[in-house]
Design a protein around this ligand. Structure first.
Ligand code: CTP
Ligand code: MG
Length: 229
């Protein structure tokens, strides 16, 4: 099977607290974004990468594409102020019906086997998301008093990639924009209209690099991967 991927990378990484976009920070001497892009470069099912970037990063990212000989980047478009707008701009680059994966540039540890499972499920059901069962106990709290402990067996932490039939997610983004609706992920835009989204169980290594301590964990994962090579 095959798919195209849209990678939102147009954030500024405020919570990382560095001067530059967290995706340009190095783990094991390579920028986070390059780690992510290499996963798709290596995957034979991946036919093109649409990269959504921040204007101020264009030159640096263009140089990285050259340096690391990334061949699948079909377009580099500028994003918007919200992640959702960035994704929509990326989706608009795709011309004909296909399966599209949407994957955060900030998740450099997703494994190829999950990409393929997501593509197959989206082809069948319309939408598929990668997720893991929540580890913590989750309580509903109002005014600092617990109102309810939610049954953990039904709770999942949702990651990216999220995979969709292109026309479904395009329509969902279009309607969200018309309604001024901002969702917390792409699948939620489809769910608003009863779209089917199936969950693929992934793993905890596919976390999103967000705050400085995440870089410590990221380096540890890379060192272990190297040991296994
Ligand atoms: N992103 C994007 N456009 C935006 C905001 C975010 O393309 N306007 C991208 C980020 O580059 C990242 C992914 O969406 O790859 C997930 O967002 P997040 O982890 O929140 O990254 P930032 O928004 O950059 O970080 P922060 O929220 O700490 O500023
Ligand atoms: Mg953000």
């Amino acid at each position: 099977m095959e798919y195209h991927v849209v990678i939102p990378a147009a954030g500024t990484g405020k919570r990382m607290g560095m001067e530059k976009n967290k995706l340009l920070v190095h783990i094991d001497e390579i920028p986070v974004l390059v780690h992510t892009l290499k996963i798709f470069e290596k995957d034979n099912w991946c036919k093109s990468i649409t990269l959504v970037i921040h204007k101020q990063d264009r030159k640096e990212i263009r140089d990285l594409v050259e340096q690391f000989q990334l061949r699948k980047i079909a377009a580099m478009v500028e994003g918007g102020s919200e992640r959702q707008q960035s994704v929509y701009k990326g989706l608009q680059q795709l011309q004909s019906e296909c399966i599209v994966l949407i994957h955060d540039g900030a998740r450099p540890f997703v494994k190829q086997k999950y990409l393929h499972q997501l593509v197959e499920k989206a082809n069948h059901y319309g939408g598929a998301v990668l997720a893991v069962p929540v580890k913590d106990t989750i309580k509903k709290v109002g005014n600092r008093f617990v109102e309810e402990t939610i049954d953990r067996s039904i709770l999942w932490s949702i990651q990216t990639p999220q995979a969709f039939q292109l026309h479904l997610i395009m329509n969902a983004h279009k309607k969200a924009e018309e309604d001024g609706y901002i969702g917390t992920d792409d699948a939620s835009l489809l769910e608003r209209f009863g779209g089917k989204v199936v969950v693929v169980e992934g793993d905890y290594e596919n976390f999103k690099i967000t705050t400085p301590e995440d870089l410590i964990f990221a380096n540890a994962i890379i060192q272990r991967q190297k040991g296994n090579e």
